[in-house]
Ligand binder design. Structure first.
Ligand code: ZN
Length: 299
């Protein structure tokens, strides 16, 4: 295959990159979704608590098996309720980034409210660990142009929530380390045993086959393979085993750069890539399209 289809510049000898990322949500999304109504289904809270109780430590042990450093995004509330998490990540050499205070959707809050959430979360990190977080992942991957400005104002290096390229880029002045919805546990394995489930749990072997195929596509075109998992889902044994087999597959290549999201962002800024890939989140007002004769009202 001609190299002209591979345009992103990785460190010498590297053809593509892999980032292991994990959002330590615990019960925080459920609390956010019930912020104005009483919680009746405490079993849903308890299911999610498996992540910070047990799941995260299984994932950390898996990373140790392979000598891989990951990027973990931790809501401030979860860091407070499970105070072992941030110090453990620091001790074991992983990156920790912000993920809201109570997993708030930034699209639901004003710019001032989002700034307050960032400040509150930074204060939790400062109280527990020495290293200041440099990265951010938006809860639900909901991002706004205002939030990018807020992160820049607080000296964040990167966000990791978008999918506008399949390698790092710059969006409105902030480095973006993109995610892949096709390699996220929530896409396949989220299962609460209730009517909210969209499908039955899939065979991990079939998901592994799919995730390997996505990786092979990433490697062929020289892109970034961002794995996103949640300890309350992926901390269960069958998914840990599936991830181990995925890592073993990737490990057969010596031209794959395993990096944290922060390392990817820093590489981006220090390379020719920094000026080559730029985007903006400023959206057009789609309501104005009607004036051009396009009837969007019925769609
Ligand atoms: Zn989350």
């Amino acid at each position: 295959m001609a190299d002209t289809t591979r345009t992103y510049r990785w460190p010498p000898g590297m053809r593509c990159a892999v980032a292991f990322t994990s959002d330590i949500d615990g019960e925080s999304p459920y609390l956010w979704q019930h912020r104005d109504k009483p919680i009746v289904h405490v079993e849903s809270l308890d299911q999610r608590r498996f992540g910070p109780r047990v799941g995260i430590y299984r994932l950390l042990d898996l990373l140790d098996e392979f000598g891989v450093k990951g990027s973990f995004y931790v809501p401030g509330l979860i860091a407070e309720q499970y105070p072992r998490i941030l110090p453990t990540l620091a001790e074991r050499g992983h990156e920790a980034g912000l993920h809201g205070y109570c997993h708030e959707s930034v699209a639901a809050l004003s710019a001032a409210e989002n700034m307050a959430v960032v400040e509150q979360s930074l204060a939790v990190f400062a109280a527990q660990v020495e290293t200041r977080p440099r990265g951010y992942r938006a809860p639900y991957w909901h991002m706004t142009a205002d939030m990018v400005a807020t992160l820049l104002a607080r000296d964040f290096t990167y966000d990791s929530s978008l999918m506008g390229y399949d390698h790092p880029y710059v969006v409105d002045g902030l480095v973006e380390v993109p995610v892949l919805a096709t390699v996220a546990d929530t896409t396949y394995f989220r299962c609460t045993g209730g009517p909210a489930d969209k499908t039955y749990p899939p065979d991990p072997g079939q998901v592994l086959e799919s995730w390997i195929e996505v990786f092979e596509g990433v490697r062929e075109f020289g892109d970034l393979y961002t794995i996103t998992v949640h300890p309350w889902i992926a901390g269960h044994g069958h998914i840990v085993r599936m991830l181990r087999r995925l890592f073993e597959h990737i490990r057969q290549y010596d031209d794959v750069w395993w990096a944290t999201a922060l390392e990817l962002a820093e590489h981006h800024l220090a390379s020719d890539n920094a000026t080559a890939y730029k985007a903006s989140l400023r959206a057009p007002d789609a309501r104005s399209f009607g004036a051009a004769g396009l009837d969007v009202s019925a769609r």
